[in-house]
Design a protein around this ligand. Structure first.
Ligand SMILES: [Zn+2]
Length: 116
């Protein structure tokens, strides 16, 4: 079971939440003058890193508010949650290990190698 902490309600089961993709993406101010290719780039192209990154979640079965989280995608561990509009907390995945527990060196887990 994966538990997620809503910054408004507290810790709840994952089934109460909806994933919203990459955090801190702003709609372009000049969207009416963008080409179709530029618009498609904005709408469809997102980062998908292995390791620590910021993403959006909505507490769909609770307060229905959106919030941001910093999660390690290689372990599914949530490192921080924060309200929309707040700056991303400066957290790192100290002691980051791969899900199978293999050592960082030689594991292919490049995100962990960068963090050290
Ligand atoms: Zn909530």
């Amino acid at each position: 079971m994966l538990l997620i902490t809503c910054p408004h309600c507290g810790t709840r089961d994952q089934s109460e939440f909806t994933y919203g993709g990459e955090a801190h993406i702003s709609r372009p101010a000049n969207s009416e003058t963008m080409t179709d290719a530029q618009w498609a780039e904005f709408v469809f192209m997102r980062n998908n890193p292995k390791g620590v990154w910021a993403e959006r979640w909505m507490h769909a079965s609770g307060c229905r508010k959106w919030f941001n989280a910093v999660r390690d995608t290689s372990t599914d561990r949530f490192l921080a949650v924060y309200k929309i509009g707040e700056p991303r907390p400066n957290v790192t995945a100290a002691g980051l290990a791969t899900p199978s527990g293999e050592p960082v060196i030689g594991s292919g887990n490049d995100a962990a190698k960068v963090m050290r």
